[in-house]
Design a protein around this ligand. Structure first.
Ligand code: NAD
Ligand code: MG
Length: 404
């Protein structure tokens, strides 16, 4: 007799449930109530949204990361007769990321705030669905060591990395060279400004930058897509997930976002994963892995699309892409500095304190100004993150980067 591998239904915790990925995860899970039990939901401070999700999905726990809002959430839940237990702050996030009753954690908090809960889920050996790429970029070696040490089933949610995972031999997320991979071809749409006149970019507004041509996403990742910093973070992400040397990771611009990425083998074969740009596909692939389930995604109509096109990336327009390779080669805490600088720059741009065209300039200034070092433990990563944020905030406040 063998023990069943997974509890049925699988109990899931969704970190960042009110976000774009969180809601898509709930959408897929709700299509399969016999397979998935929504056990815990978390949000930063969107109390009304979280309460509404609790009323629909009836999780055992709800966590509000902004601890000061816990009372308000409890009151909202009581008003709707929802018996969900409220937890608060980072301790609450860590509790649901690691509790024995939970089998699977969707890590969909945006940014560095997701690092500790995501890492804790790995350390607790949970099946881990990773959307929070920033956590992996910041702490790659620590994170992957935790995955290996605890036998974690790690499934990438980022559409590109999920595609690569699907194009690799079954179950393979590491040592691509051993399975005959020559290159990983990471596709990117080029975002909303791929063909915009460079002279016009200084004046673009946050709403224009967030209007992605193919994907509906949170505002931070939308701005990252417009600068192609998103692709830069994804280069670092691919390096850690697939143990891929920087020279084996190539970016291909593909404006239709239908080919989600490709893997090229030594024999010349190129295997691609295609689909409509809808995050419910990678989410469903990961939730049900190794099985397949319906995701509510429209079938791909290739004849209606007509043509798929591919271009080389413009490293002048999208400086972040070139920086990603430098950052990877520098190693240590450099990727954490890179990520933190970007988070501050994007927030400054969204808040009207930095022109779009200065986002990458700010990141470069922070990389030049903040010394990086080796990663001996998580504290080194967190210290690099703090130092980079302090430097970036000072640069924004000095106004030195205000003009385009
Ligand atoms: P979003 O902004 O829509 O949602 C973010 C979620 O994180 C929300 O639930 C929010 O409450 C929570 N959150 C924000 N700050 C927090 C904090 N300080 N503490 C705790 N919780 C906090 O973001 P999103 O677009 O869903 O992206 C989530 C993650 O998934 C990001 O890392 C992003 O890069 C990645 N990702 C998203 C997409 C997409 O299509 N949206 C695709 C690939 C990868
Ligand atoms: Mg992506």
């Amino acid at each position: 007799m063998t023990e069943p591998r997974c509890r049925v239904p699988t109990r899931i915790a969704i970190l960042g449930a009110t976000g774009s990925i969180g809601r898509s995860t709930l959408d897929v899970a709700a299509r399969h109530p016999e397979r998935f039990e929504v056990f815990a939901l978390t949000a930063h401070s969107q109390i009304a949204e979280l309460a509404q999700l609790c009323a629909v999905h009836r999780p055992r726990y709800a966590v509000v990361a902004d601890a000061g809002q816990a009372g308000a959430l409890a009151a909202e839940l009581a008003a709707t007769g929802t018996s969900t237990r409220v937890l608060a702050g980072e301790p609450g996030l860590l509790e649901v990321a690691t509790m024995p009753e939970i089998d699977c954690v969707m890590a969909a908090i945006v940014g560095a705030a997701g690092l500790r809960p995501t890492l804790s889920a790995a350390q607790a050996g949970k099946k881990l669905l990773l959307a929070n790429k920033e956590a992996l970029v910041m702490a790659g070696p620590i994170f992957m060591a935790a995955v290996r040490a605890n036998g974690v089933t790690l499934l990438p949610i980022d559409s590109e990395h999920n595609a690569i995972f699907q194009c690799l031999p079954a179950g393979g997320t590491s040592h691509i060279e051993r399975v005959g991979v020559r290159r990983i071809l990471l596709t990117g749409s080029g975002g909303p400004f791929r063909t915009r006149r460079l002279a016009d970019l200084a004046a673009v507004t946050p709403d224009e930058a967030c209007a992605h041509p193919n994907w509906t996403m949170g505002r931070k990742i939308s701005v990252d897509s417009a600068t192609m910093m998103n692709k830069a973070l994804e280069i670092v992400e691919a390096h850690w997930l697939f143990d891929a040397a920087p020279e084996r990771i190539e970016v291909v611009v593909h404006p239709q976002s239908v080919v989600h990425s490709m893997v090229e083998y030594e024999d010349g074969s190129v295997i691609a994963q295609l689909g409509n740009p809808d995050m419910r596909t990678p989410i469903a692939q990961a939730l049900a892995y190794p099985e397949r389930i319906a995701a509510g995604v429209q079938p791909l109509d290739l004849a209606a699309l007509g043509a798929l096109t591919f271009e080389r990336p413009d490293f002048e327009r999208f400086r972040a892409l070139a920086l990603a390779y430098d950052v990877l080669r520098a190693g240590g805490t450099t990727p954490a500095v890179f990520n933190a600088a970007n988070e501050v720059a994007v927030a400054a741009f969204l808040g009207g304190a930095l022109p779009f065209t200065r986002i990458t300039a700010l990141i470069e200034a922070v990389l030049a100004g903040v010394p990086a070092g080796p990663i001996r433990g998580l504290e080194d990563v967190l210290e690099a993150d703090r130092a980079a944020r302090a430097y970036a905030h000072a640069a924004v406040q000095s106004g030195m980067l205000r003009s385009a």
